[in-house]
Design a protein around this ligand. Sequence first.
Ligand code: R5P
Length: 287
Amino acid sequence: LQIFAGNSNPRLAQAIVGVLETPLGRAEVSSWSDGETRVRLEENVRGSDVFVIQSLCTPVNQNIMELLIILDAVKRASAARITAVIPYYAYARQEKKTAGREPISAKLLANLLTTAGADRVLTIDLHAPAIEGFFDIPVDHLRATPILAAHFRRLGLTDFVVVSPDAGAVVRADEFRRRAGGSLAIISKKRPGPEVAEVLEMVGDVAGRDAVIVDDIIATGGTLLQAAELLRERGARRIFAAAVHGVFAGQALERIQASPIEKVFVTDTIPLPEGMCTDKVEVLTVA
Ligand code: R5P
């Protein structure tokens, strides 16, 4: 077994090889002066079972290209089997056409990964589980809810509500509730425009109780912050959030910092942006 990694999430790659007590494969993964990706494996992989770790976080297109080129290098070096380990699968929110003349980018990415050489994919909390079916190769679709829920349970809260911030998050929120306890509340959200979240109504009572909002992704933070505002209006006591992938795009971290949310739990599928205030964020490893 040999494990290589791109440059997107070196800390997670180190944590994984630490758990496995296997050294990370030696490879040069850098850029040519014109910005093209440059890859060379510095060890023999002929006949090996090779895993390539690369999270498809920001800079997303560059990280995708790095992964594709590493896969190509491993394939051309005659590995026996190649698994692309993709802790965060990008473009997963573009898994269907919502209007005419749009692409299905999540499917295109699946095609590219297979063409580049992946024999299997291992990923965590695909935004839309149906993306697994975009591949004609095996996909190990792991879930991080058990990690988030176990950590939350350790806080020892006794009276709390698990809040799904939209209809799409209900299954995940309910699994969290089954593992961590509490009762369930569901918010109805609409998106009047791209990257704009608007909360409509909530089913469930949070007055005088603690609340934890459970979602798969925090991107602009709009969904989370709208939900937190509603919870505060409805009298929630302490407000927490738990999400698998902390994308934290744009001003998300500043907005969270200024929000009524006490703590945000995310996993390390995506590294935290550097140079930002992350006081309210606690990172749990999926290694
Ligand atoms: C939506 O369907 C997802 O589950 C997340 O709620 C969403 O991607 C979060 O995006 P944002 O932080 O930009 O509201």
